[in-house]
Design a protein around this ligand. Structure first.
Ligand SMILES: C[S@@+](CC[C@H](N)C(=O)[O-])C[C@H]1O[C@@H](n2cnc3c(N)ncnc32)[C@H](O)[C@@H]1O
Length: 231
């Protein structure tokens, strides 16, 4: 899969894309990350990418003509996403949807935002949460990372099955958050791991985890619990 990231700050992606799972996925040539510097697509000698908002107000707006020039150099046109806090909320289901695309363009806004006419040139407007970032770069990294790990051969499929929000696994029936996990030491300053995990009884461990996952979901994310109207 190829990601095209349209940004004013391509250097921000260097560390993230050169570390951990993204690094390995790039080395294995499962993913490619192409950074497109929006500033290269200005037509004036001062390379101006932004301007004052029509109607007045503070801040600067990224220019639609510059953004479209940048978008139109990517051929054939990939599935295209604009990052904005006023977009549709991003989630694991959307990550799965994006992971099935061969090519994905992501536009990172900056300053006060982007000229709204850019929405006519994109397939979706996506927000990574109800908070404001300075620019779309961190949001783009979150999208790239969450999508890349779902692409076959990037990580072991068994690891994906048991994660929070996983789809099509027993977890769906269990509640959507992951159960609590522990590793050695078994006793840390008097904090002992649940005895059941040392029992070696896989069925009992599995039942315990199912209950813990449901408990955790009720506690932290009751909004994830789907009500079965047939019951
Ligand atoms: C400072 S923000 C602009 C905020 C805008 N004035 C508003 O109130 O909605 C600049 C850019 O950061 C990105 N951004 C900020 N928060 C985001 C979020 N929660 N999800 C996705 N992108 C975000 C967008 O690309 C946005 O254009």
């Amino acid at each position: 899969m190829t990601f095209f990231i349209l940004t004013l700050f391509p250097e921000m992606f260097e560390t993230i894309t050169a570390s951990s799972i993204l690094k390995r996925a790039r080395e294995k040539k499962i993913i490619k990350i192409k950074l497109v510097n929006i500033r290269d697509f200005t037509k004036d000698k001062h390379k101006i990418v932004d301007d004052k908002p029509y109607g007045g107000g503070k801040g600067m707006i990224l220019k639609v003509d510059v953004l479209v020039n940048a978008l139109e150099t990517i051929k054939p046109k990939p599935y295209t996403v604009l990052l904005s806090p006023s977009g549709k909320k991003y989630d694991q289901q959307k990550a799965v949807f994006f992971s099935r695309k061969k090519r994905l363009s992501i536009i990172c806004g900056h300053y006060e935002g982007t000229d709204a006419r850019i929405e006519k040139y994109v397939d979706e407007v996506i927000s990574i949460g109800d908070f404001i970032l300075t620019g779309g770069e961190i949001a783009a990294m979150a999208v790239v990372d969450s999508v890349a790990r779902l692409i076959p051969d990037v990580i072991h499929p068994e690891s994906l099955k048991s994660e929070s929000f996983s789809l099509g696994s027993p977890r769906e029936a269990w509640g959507n958050l992951e159960y609590p996990q522990y590793t050695r030491p078994a006793n840390f300053r008097g904090l002992k791991i649940p005895k059941i995990l040392l029992s070696g009884n896989h069925q009992q461990i599995s039942d315990w985890r199912r209950k813990q996952a449901a408990k955790r979901t009720r506690k932290y994310r009751p909004d994830l619990i789907k009500i079965d109207k047939n019951k």
